[in-house]
Design a protein around this ligand. Structure first.
Ligand code: ADP
Ligand code: 5GP
Length: 201
């Protein structure tokens, strides 16, 4: 059966990366969609593994060539989901997991009725602040911007099909796993892939 296109969004620092790494370590039928970005790599990040690190000119060229499923400017840098690898994995029956910002996620929701959309929210804003601060990857002014952005992003959660409140990580993983299991049992998906049993004698 064709794989699921799984769009996961939520405020920066809510735990999307941690959650998706954990999910992927438990399931070999899921692959992570490697995004392209114009932001510089963080220590330990590898080109083509964590992101395709592109310069602005190359990113614009990819946009013109319609190589993105969606793209958006996030915190002053460009980010986009390359379409071709997504389609290849889906055809191969893999579930493709996208970690994209809310505006990018809404583009996918609007353009791809087959997508399964999941919004990850923090238990509360104080917890989100603590997680961002503890992660320590952004300076205080950047953390303030991410918290401000979070408030408007949280208003878009109703555009998504599923909500996960990421309090206990293992519980959230189990819920995300359950969403995948339920979606693969949808009769409409089996029929679309020509995999609905006929029970003919
Ligand atoms: P995002 O990818 O959404 O920006 P991260 O995955 O980088 O967020 O998580 C931000 C921080 O919060 C990390 O330090 C991570 O270890 C921590 N974290 C993630 N999920 C949880 C959780 N359920 N409980 C406590 N801390 C968490
Ligand atoms: P970071 O720079 O911390 O890795 O990611 C910053 C933000 O960019 C996160 O909210 C993440 O979800 C988002 N993001 C990562 N890749 C993509 C992408 O391909 N498209 C869009 N629209 N957002 C992305």
């Amino acid at each position: 059966m064709r794989g699921l296109l799984l769009v996961v969004s939520g405020p920066s620092g809510v735990g999307k990366g941690t959650l998706l790494n954990l999910l992927l370590s438990h399931r070999d039928d899921c692959v992570f969609s490697v995004s392209a970005t114009t932001r510089p790599p963080r220590p330990g990040e590898e080109d083509k593994v964590h992101y395709y690190f592109l310069d602005g000119e190359t990113f614009s060229q990819w946009v013109e060539e319609e190589r993105f499923l969606e793209w958006n400017k996030v915190f002053d840098r460009f980010y986009g989901t390359p379409l071709e690898p997504v389609e290849e994995h889906l055809r191969a029956g893999k579930h493709v997991v996208l970690d994209v910002d809310v505006q990018g996620g809404v583009q996918v929701i609007d353009n791809r009725p087959d997508a399964v959309s999941v919004f990850v929210a923090p238990p509360d804003l104080a917890t989100l602040r603590t997680r961002l601060t503890k992660r320590g990857t952004e300076p205080p002014d950047e953390i303030a911007l991410r918290l401000l952005t979070a408030k408007s992003e949280l208003k878009s959660m109703s555009r998504y099909q599923y909500l996960l409140v990421n309090d206990d990580l293992e519980e959230t993983r189990a819920q995300l796993n359950a969403i995948i299991e339920a979606e693969t049992c949808r009769i409409s998906r089996m029929a679309a892939s020509g995999q609905l049993p006929t029970f003919e004698t």
